[in-house]
Design a protein around this ligand. Structure first.
Ligand SMILES: Nc1ncnc2c1ncn2[C@@H]1O[C@H](COP(=O)(O)OP(=O)(O)OP(=O)(O)O)[C@@H](O)[C@H]1O
Length: 500
């Protein structure tokens, strides 16, 4: 068997332009059977565009894509594509159908296929239990619209597995998963690649996970392949970051930026207290509180902090605030900012231009409905602070890469004099270099007295940047609060019920 015929796919010299913008300038990429291949690159490097071309969702201008079967014989592009499944950052599920129906969808591509409910449920169950037996048993007939983001992600991965794919492209698959779910997913991927010869392409900006799961990597930078199929053990983290063109940004966040508000007499008045039965936590101005754990606990706290809670579990108290923040609008007016983790459905305003997306919070908090003359300049400054490159502030967000859209949500609250800023996975999909910059920005916002409450499924970043971390167990109960002095990954994993 020749070197190429061990591959499931070989891509050579791929180019792609959108109008005058050249996005791919000659990408080479190949994946061998049975490997987990990390596809790396900064935001906007061209990873998603290449994936779209491979799956047929976008046209290429030039370049060669060849697919192979397990014998090494070349397949037609149509046959090859039929063996490729992709799970995008934004899920592609039909909310009004059940889990089983969503997973069964690819089995009914052929016009002649009959939809048999029992068979569909069987196929869905088989796929889902490869990921999570318990979830498979309980969720087959639930409507997808009622699932949490991470449950939806599991359904998408199960659908890819059940479609008979030989190559699965996972675009940031762990972004919504907890540590334990991530480990489970990795165990599944390892088993499938080893036992069935499945090939996995793994796009991620989480270096620790990349190291855990990938055997080999390709790095794309500014539309070109700069590292082509290199074993992971031959590259250091610093080497990878440098190849991505992000070396300058890879320093630790400045923790010293935090002032000691506790000695300030006005601090008591500005302190925010969060309270539920038998538990109270006071957050002095300038505190960065990390929130860790499976979604149920963090979600309830965040709903209370952002004025969206329907149940009265938490009280949020601050001098001058009403007992309950009764609506998101009221919370925003009171100086409570919020960056949602559900970028696609609750964050990005898809049909409005970049400027409206960035200036939205400023318009609400300032009470201005019409764009002022200075908005254009202010928007450009915010984009610059987050290194967002956009051809025009009047372009739609869909012309930006996923990670860059995430930066728009953060830009919304950047520099606003908030008393409280609630962040849900603010670095989701953001590249390694920019993550570091966001850590700095979070610390800077805290320096101005803002209390930051930050939920992340990436425990390492919480421990690196926060002053305190509140941990929730898998049932959504508060399991404890850790102070900086006793931070440890093991302890946090135990408190959140996610120790391996
Ligand atoms: N429809 C479009 N029109 C114009 N430009 C586009 C369009 N889609 C993507 N681009 C541009 O193509 C470039 C590559 O985007 P792509 O989504 O492939 O990046 P990426 O490497 O996947 O980034 P990320 O890590 O943020 O997901 C970006 O500069 C983006 O702005």
């Amino acid at each position: 068997m020749s070197e190429t015929s061990k591959n499931v796919i070989t891509v050579r010299g791929l180019t792609k332009s959108y109008g005058a913008t050249s996005v791919l300038k000659g990408v080479d990429f190949s994946v061998a059977r049975g490997e987990v291949h990390a596809l790396l690159g900064g935001n906007g490097a061209g990873k998603s565009t290449m994936i779209k071309i491979i799956t047929g969702a976008a046209w290429r201008n030039a370049g060669d894509i060849r697919f192979f079967d397990s014998e090494g014989s070349e397949r037609s592009e149509a046959d090859g594509r039929a063996k490729v499944a992709v799970v995008h950052q934004e899920l592609a599920l039909l909310p009004h159908l059940t889990v089983a129906e969503n997973i069964a969808l690819p089995h009914h591509r052929s016009g002649a296929a009959l939809f048999r409910r029992a068979a569909a449920a069987g196929q869905a169950y088989d796929a889902l239990r490869m990921i999570d037996q318990d979830f498979a048993a309980k969720s087959l007939y639930r409507l997808v619209g009622s699932l949490s983001l991470h449950e939806g992600q599991m359904v998408e991965i199960a659908r890819a597995l059940s479609s008979g794919a030989e190559l699965i492209l996972l675009d940031e698959p762990t972004a919504n998963l907890t540590t334990l779910e991530t480990e489970r997913l990795f165990a599944v991927l390892r088993r499938l690649t080893r036992d069935t010869g499945l090939s996995v392409v793994f796009v991620s900006h989480r270096m620790k996970e990349i190291r855990q799961i990938a055997n080999v990597c390709t790095i794309i930078r500014d539309g070109r392949t700069v590292v082509d199929r290199q074993p992971m053990e031959e590259l250091t983290d610093a080497g990878i970051i440098e190849k991505m063109g992000q070396v300058a940004a890879s320093h630790a966040p400045e923790r010293a930026l935090r002032p000691d508000y506790r000695s300030d007499a006005s601090a008591a008045a500005d302190t925010i207290a969060i309270e539920e039965a038998g538990f109270r936590l006071e957050l002095s101005p300038g505190t960065v509180l990390g929130v860790a754990g499976a979604p149920a606990g963090p979600a309830a706290l965040i709903e209370a902090l952002t004025g969206a809670a329907r149940k009265k579990r938490w009280t949020v108290a601050r001098a001058g605030w009403p007992d309950q923040l009764r609506s998101p609008r009221k919370a925003a007016r009171m100086g409570a900012g919020y960056v949602t983790g559900d970028r696609a459905n609750k964050g990005v305003l898809h049909s409005l231009p970049i400027i409206d997306n960035v200036m939205a919070s400023r318009r609400v908090t300032r009470g201005a409905l019409l764009a002022g003359g200075s908005e254009g300049g202010e928007c450009l400054d915010l984009l610059k602070a987050l290194k967002v490159k956009a051809a025009s502030v009047w372009d739609l967000p869909s012309t930006l890469s996923g990670g860059t859209q995430q930066k728009l949500l953060l830009a919304r609250w950047l520099g606003l004099p908030s008393r409280l800023l609630v962040l849900e996975e603010p670095t989701r999909g953001v590249d390694i270099g920019t993550k570091r910059e966001i850590y700095q920005l979070i610390r800077q916002m805290a320096t101005s007295g803002t209390v930051i409450v930050w939920w992340s499924t990436e425990n390492v970043e919480l421990l690196e940047v926060c002053d305190r971390v509140i941990a929730f167990d898998t049932e959504g109960r508060c399991a404890g609060v850790m102070d900086r002095d006793d931070f440890s990954e093991e302890k946090l994993a135990t408190l959140t019920g996610m120790a391996a």
